[in-house]
Ligand binder design. Structure first.
Ligand code: SF4
Ligand code: SF4
Length: 65
């Protein structure tokens, strides 16, 4: 199974819903305008994707360093 990672699009409205849902605390709001995912913490569970009221989170295959 591929490892996944959450990706936030620029359409994010910084509502903060995804932050509360993330079990890893991998998301923070940057400059009050957009959610940013810490790739080192994200486990690709998809809870943020389901929770986002604006549907601006998707997941992609994690690029291994
Ligand atoms: S996919 Fe899961 S671990 Fe990754 S940012 Fe979303 S809620 Fe957090
Ligand atoms: S829930 Fe969606 S719109 Fe709200 S801060 Fe997270 S990514 Fe942005």
């Amino acid at each position: 199974m591929s490892k996944m990672i959450a990706v936030v699009s620029k359409q994010c409205v910084a509502c903060g819903t995804c932050l509360k849902k993330c079990p890893k605390g991998a998301i923070h709001i940057e400059k009050g305008i957009i959610a940013v995912v810490d790739e080192s913490l994200c486990v690709g569970c998809g809870l943020c994707e389901k929770a986002c009221p604006a549907s601006v989170i998707t997941r992609k295959v994690r690029e291994e360093a």
